[in-house]
Design a protein around this ligand. Structure first.
Ligand code: AMP
Length: 293
């Protein structure tokens, strides 16, 4: 039997035509937007969305608008041939891999921006990053019109922003979150992990270890939040990180700082989120945490 291979489409017109055909047959369509250099985190999202839909579209587009002028757009890993092999293994129906001009044709002037949720955490050191993300995801979702789109918990702030955007703009797509996948040693899987030297990777492992340590100090030893975070931040710097851009605990629902309202039932479901730089590589991670008041 011939091996089924993913259908590759590079134009929005063909993408729309294929998705419309599926919809006319009553099939449910899911989309997993990515920037390629596919790894287990991406593949887990594809396997997850398959449970909810009949046809899966994966997009690969390294979006210039979400990289700052001094960031890694030019050297971001690109590996379409290997990516296609991986997509075939997990039975993706369609790969949408547009050129830049298909997303941002000459004369493109629009910015889609979500307020408030894009003010702290990753946004502080990456001005304009989330506007780039919300603009490209709006384009991808409108070009495809999927019933469901799945984003990873690894980029928790991004998922929260995109869920809000889809709701605010009455997009006909349900935005869902897929669980964070880690490498065997505990490091959150990321396309940027290839930048790490063996020495840097050892240092990087202190991120998940430190998050776990802080969670246990707060949940089990009742250490005050501020004290545990300060200790954790110092530990990361002592371990060899060049910079801890943030190490914070926010409410899971709205990413607001923790607020103590006496009417509220304890515990509050929160997230501990971190961004830190080792060598030239910026890494992010997050975990759920319960806060008892
Ligand atoms: P990227 O290619 O890095 O833009 O990521 C594409 C999608 O995959 C986003 O929704 C990410 O949150 C998600 N993703 C990236 N890494 C992971 C991971 N380790 N676990 C789960 N999802 C991930």
């Amino acid at each position: 039997m011939a091996k089924s291979s993913v259908q590759i489409i590079r134009s929005k017109k063909e993408l729309r035509a294929q998705v419309t055909e599926w919809h006319m047959k009553g099939l449910k369509v899911g989309m997993v937007p990515t920037m390629g250099a596919l790894h287990h985190g991406h593949l887990s999202l594809i396997k997850e969305i398959q449970k909810h839909v009949d046809k899966v579209v994966v997009s690969i587009f390294v979006n210039p608008k979400q990289f700052g002028p001094n960031e890694d757009f030019d050297k971001y890993p690109r590996s379409e041939t290997t990516d296609i092999k991986k997509l075939n293994k997990v039975k993706t129906d369609l790969l949408y891999a547009p050129e830049v001009g298909e997303i941002y044709p000459d004369g493109f002037l629009t910015v889609v921006a979500v307020a408030k949720l894009t003010e702290g955490l990753c946004a502080a050191k990456r001005p304009g990053h989330f506007d780039g993300v919300t603009t490209v995801v709006t384009k991808l979702l409108l070009q495809c019109l999927p019933d469901v789109a799945l984003f990873g918990e690894k980029d928790f702030q991004q998922y929260t922003v995109l869920k809000q955007m889809a709701k605010d703009l009455d997009m006909p797509t349900e935005v869902m979150c897929g669980k964070l996948i880690r490498d065997e040693d505990g490091l959150a899987t990321s396309s940027r992990n290839v930048y790490l030297s063996p020495e840097e990777r050892k240092i990087a492992l202190e991120i998940p270890k430190t998050l776990k340590q802080i969670i246990s100090e707060i949940e089990e030893d009742n250490l005050p939040v501020e004290e545990a975070l300060e200790k954790g931040s110092k530990h990361l710097l002592d371990s060899g990180f060049k910079e801890v851009q943030y190490l914070e605990i926010r409410q899971s629902e709205d990413l607001e700082p923790l607020t103590r309202t006496f009417a509220e039932t304890s515990p509050i479901l929160a997230r501990i989120l971190v961004a830190a730089v080792v060598g030239k590589t910026r890494l992010i991670d997050n975990m759920p945490i319960k806060i008892f008041f």
